[in-house]
Design a protein. Structure first.
Length: 314
């Protein structure tokens, strides 16, 4: 039977055999994080007195109390951080062990001489971990949303309070690890060594994911609310991106910080105040836009990896 015929099952099995330790570590990670989330969903809330919803604009508005409250918050923060670190960990693995090591040792080139084309080799190297990542991260997102729905009065469930919380509550948690995998592949094909591939993959992924976080607020139109001099700054429940003062012409300026000084307000032509940002209703538009951006970058990085491989294999 030809290698081309055996590829659909043979090459993925080879990838699993070579990286079975990494596969088991991923399974253990998903199982442990899932167990923590299940505890948060059930037993973790048993000792809490959750009486209301959090209000982003009002201090001390989250009313969760009880003997297990501190432990609950700690575990919830931990799970969010674990989920948010997956893209970086995947990129380091891809840049170092998954691809970089085989290129450095020459085992990839040996496989290419045994009726396995470079393109098929790379496709299997990316497809197998991608399948594991999609299944695992999807499970974690579903459990994290279950936790959020069970305890809506806890401060850590506000998607806009922390980047890690936002990423853990939607499809970005599935898309970003795929982006990390693709970035690791590109870096590995450029460095062709294990340690440099892992190190540069980490740096590249941190930079790219950080850039996505930085532009998130620009992925969907913001909402502006205004208040007059008597009201002061208006109430805004959501993720605020900017605030300041308004002049008589409607221009936005920095707050001169003289709300009780009428002369100062008059001299600066201040007639009111504004706040701008994303209300809670923007969660899904922002999630979907960021996911699309991450997947587009993943596609571009994957295409770049295959281009570099073709040049390398010539």
């Amino acid at each position: 039977m030809s290698a081309a015929t055996t590829f659909p099952l043979g090459l993925p099995r080879t990838v699993l055999r070579l990286h079975r330790v990494a596969a088991w570590l991923w399974i253990a990670f998903v199982a442990l994080t899932s167990a923590l989330l299940l505890w948060l969903w059930g037993p973790g809330t048993a000792g809490l007195d959750i009486t209301g919803h959090c209000d982003a604009a009002v201090a001390n508005s989250c009313t969760a109390k009880g003997a297990t409250a501190d432990t609950y918050h700690y575990v919830l923060t931990l799970t969010d951080m674990l989920i948010s670190l997956v893209p970086v960990a995947v990129s380091v693995f891809a840049g170092g062990l998954l691809i970089g090591r085989e290129l450095g040792r020459g085992t990839a080139q040996l496989a290419w001489t045994q009726s396995v084309s470079p393109a098929r080799w790379l496709a299997a190297k990316l497809a197998v971990p991608a399948a594991f990542l999609v299944l695992g991260t999807t499970l974690l997102v579903l459990l994290r949303r279950l936790v959020a729905s069970a305890a809506p009065g806890l401060v850590d469930n506000r998607w806009h309070s922390l980047t890690a919380t936002f990423d853990a509550l939607g499809p970005t948690a599935v898309a970003l690890p795929l982006l990390g995998l693709a970035i690791g592949a590109v870096v590995a094909l450029l460095t062709r060594r294990t340690l440099p591939g892992a190190a540069y993959s980490l740096i590249a992924t941190v930079v790219v994911v950080g850039a996505i976080d930085a532009v998130r607020d620009r992925l969907w139109p913001t909402v502006t609310v205004t208040g007059n001099l008597r009201e002061g700054y208006p109430y805004f429940a959501g993720s605020m991106t900017s605030e300041g003062a308004l002049t008589g012409s409607g221009a936005r300026v920095a707050d001169p910080m003289c709300v009780d000084d009428q002369g100062c307000l008059t001299s600066n032509n201040i007639t009111g105040f504004y706040r701008e940002g994303h209300p809670p209703s923007h969660f899904w538009p922002l999630q979907l836009m960021e996911t699309c951006l991450a997947l587009a970058l993943t596609g571009a990085a994957t295409a770049t990896a295959f281009y570099l491989l073709r040049r390398r294999a010539k």
